[in-house]
Design a protein around this ligand. Sequence first.
Ligand SMILES: *Cc1c(COP(=O)(O)O)cnc(C)c1O
Length: 395
Amino acid sequence: MKKIGPSTLAVHGGEPHVRPSRSITEPLVLASTYPFEHTEELHAFMQGELERPEEYGRYGNPTVAAVEARLAALEAGGAEGFGAVLMASGMAAITSTLLAMLRAGQHVIFTADVYRKTRVFARSYLDKFGVAVDIVEPSLAAIEAAVRSETKIIFTEAPTNPYLRVVDLEGVVALAKRHRIKTIVDATFATPINMRPCDLGVDLVIHSTTKYLGGHNDLLGGVVVGRSGLVEAIREQVGTLGAVCDPHNAFLLGRGLKTLALRIERHNRSALAIATMLEEHPKVAQVWYPLLASHQDHATARRYLSGGGGVVSFEVHGGLEAGTKLVDAVRIPKLAPSLGGVESLIEQPALMSFYDQGPEGRAQLGIREGLIRLSVGIEDLEDLRADLLAALDQM
Ligand SMILES: *Cc1c(COP(=O)(O)O)cnc(C)c1O
């Protein structure tokens, strides 16, 4: 089959798919249940003699299923044999996937700067269910050193938050295959436009669809994508765990997804320009952006990422207070958690995600007090640049 590009897949992935009334858009089906004609049909269904896509809302919905098919196609670059399960949030996708795959006595390796609530789940929940956890540096050597005979999963994130680290994914996959370990990558920051971990042999890819995939700061969602066998086993358990995706939410996601490639192009271009500008600014101490030559993981980033994404992290001289001045002085980026939407957002990790750690905890985690995380939106680059420069002047 001829290779299909990501922009086409973001719009048409999962087709041919004839919709009711042959509408060009996916209808929003709001139904909690799907009646049977008569008991005979029910009986045939229960015996497995009748194929019926829907039964009850928690086990599937046609609007959700269409978006799942598109996401699977996009993540796999159009390759056959992949599936996706949409869930209520990124955290629902992470926790449900791990709960579905693990049992007591097994061991999971997480890399240190995975999403904060993923770490909370690892430390406070998996432990409780008798699953051993190690959280290690995002380097191949550190991951390898943590492998035990009970290790079932290596869970990493690429790029990470807030320092945008990119681990050697091929190295991790090779290591995992040698030890019959499954690999999961939270690729929320990369999106399937900038990186496709499945092509590198990663077993499961997770996204918080709240971020770039939805892209409009108007929904919460999560998805897990991988080979159909593994994904269907997870779907089966999600029907029990219950963190399913609402059809309204899937509809919005399906709509946002159609412009993903266009939006990411803009995010990539503007963020790189802003990172370059900040790196040259005298009031900025350091900039983290994977495609800058100064980034610690620049070489791996170049290998895996076709674009650096929309997040730029930087440290200003003058610590927490100077950072606050800057965050309050900018006019276009809004002070808010989250990232990946059309609106630019800005925050100080020390006062947001890592507030509860206190200065010592943050120092231990390597979160600098003067650190700022900017999620570059799709506004005009010149306006964003002028806004940031004016705010830096005021700082
Ligand atoms: C936001 C985020 C999550 C959690 O997703 P929610 O949709 O907020 O539950 C997980 N991983 C990463 C990398 C994220 O940025």
